[in-house]
Write a protein that binds this ligand. Structure first.
Ligand SMILES: [Zn+2]
Length: 420
């Protein structure tokens, strides 16, 4: 979706709470949590290269979510950042970058993003003190890709107040935590710790239920892939809708209990990774091998539901981002229990969005060890991967997340009430 050139702001209503987290990042270098590497993790063995200065302007990566491997001064007001994946096994092109810039005087500097592979994908977002995130003016972006040259030159406004430039607005563990805090008084929500990531960060779980938790379980998963912020924003809007106090949400919660794991890969997010956790593995290619602590937590949670005579899994949705909005579903004709959910959900979703075209791609990655395939193969329930485009308008993302939640609730309730 194109965003209007005259209005670069991307922050819809749901982004306002994250402005506080941005303010903290811009106010000062964020101190590292004890024992945890913070910042551009891939450069941790080579200290000093995540900060460089031409004497007036300083570029740094000493904040959670930062992403670049090395910084180099090419001239006065001209910098080069090497943008590299976190390890040699990364094959997916999600070339994340994030850096902070501050200058002794107001002005503009050139920052060359030099991509080791893939090239420029994410349109820059600029985090400004006091006003949240906006898209960088398209006139300030020059993409140069020819032969081995994979370079995007950004013209960045600088001043003594630091700004952050990033592939997407930063949606860090603290922002998820603040979001969950805002629902703390809602009796429909219970927050607990599912477990710890490889680097010891908490992986949180929300249970959304009525006064008497229902037997039928819906499982929602988010942020297996660090740069996939837009899928995370959709999931937040989706979950917010499930927690509202209206007849549809109350009826849904009376019949279905929802388990939400909104941020499965906090290590990858904090370390500014393109794709992996810290084990050199794509978490969404580990459903089957289960070599990583994060995917093991999900496996154990799902097997725990299966082993519990008082609970029954009925649906699994995994939130991601790609270059456009789409929903990866199961190959046509595959039986599911409950039957018929996916077509009913997509039809209801489309009906709620008359000005929007719902795209569905059945069977995507069916042969790979991805969450959707594993959960379907193991439990036979409907499963889908809900993908939001990298640059989809943020207010539209909020609408999509809400509509998808309403369609899910209505379709599950209709299926539960249908004669068997
Ligand atoms: Zn993904």
């Amino acid at each position: 979706m194109e965003f209007p050139a005259t209005s670069p702001a991307i922050g819809g209503g749901q982004l306002r709470p994250f402005a506080l987290a941005l303010a903290l990042l811009l106010a000062a270098c964020v101190p590292a949590q004890p024992g945890l590497p913070v910042g551009a993790g891939k450069a941790a063995a080579d200290p000093g290269v995540t900060r460089c200065s031409d004497g007036s302007t300083t570029i740094d990566g000493d904040f959670p979510g930062a992403g670049f491997a090395r910084c180099e001064v090419l001239g006065k007001g001209w910098f080069r950042l090497a943008i590299e994946p976190e390890d040699a096994n990364v094959t997916n092109c999600s070339p994340w970058y994030a850096f902070r810039a501050a200058s002794k005087a107001e002005g503009k500097v050139k920052v060359d993003l030099d991509y080791a592979s893939c090239g420029h994908r994410y349109q820059p977002k600029i985090g400004l003190p006091g006003s949240g995130w906006e898209r960088l003016d398209p006139a300030a972006i020059e993409v140069r890709e020819k032969g081995k040259l994979r370079n995007a030159r950004l013209t960045v406004p600088v001043s003594p107040a630091p700004v952050i430039l990033a592939g997407q607005e930063l949606l860090l563990p603290d922002a998820y935590s603040a979001w969950m805090d805002r629902h703390a008084a809602n009796p429909a929500m219970t927050r607990s710790r599912l477990g710890l990531s490889a680097q010891g960060r908490p992986i949180e779980r929300l249970q959304i239920a009525g006064p008497v938790p229902a037997r039928q379980q819906v499982v929602l998963l988010g942020r297996q892939h660090p740069p996939e912020v837009t899928g995370g924003l959709a999931m937040i809007a989706f979950v917010d809708r499930l927690l509202e106090d209206d007849p549809l949400a109350r009826a849904y919660r009376a019949r279905f209990t929802t388990q939400v794991v909104p941020l499965l890969n906090p290590d990858g997010v904090v370390n500014g990774h393109w794709r992996h956790g810290t084990g050199g593995v794509d978490l969404n290619r580990d459903w089957g091998p289960f070599t990583q602590p994060e995917t093991q937590l999900m496996r154990d949670m799902l097997l725990g539901i299966e082993a519990d005579p008082d609970r029954e899994l009925v649906l699994f949705l995994d939130f991601h981002s790609t270059r456009y909005d789409t929903i990866y579903t199961l190959l046509p004709g595959l039986p599911t229990n409950p039957p018929g959910f996916l077509p009913a959900w997509l039809a209801d979703y489309a009906a709620r969005l008359p000005d929007y075209t719902v795209r569905e791609e059945p069977g995507h990655n069916a042969a790979l060890p991805v969450s959707k395939a594993w959960v379907y193969d193991r439990f036979g329930v409907p499963t889908a991967t809900y993908e939001i485009g990298d640059e989809t308008d943020r207010e539209l993302i909020r609408r999509l997340g809400r509509a998808a939640a309403e369609a899910m609730m209505a379709s599950l309730l209709a299926g539960a009430d249908a004669p068997q």
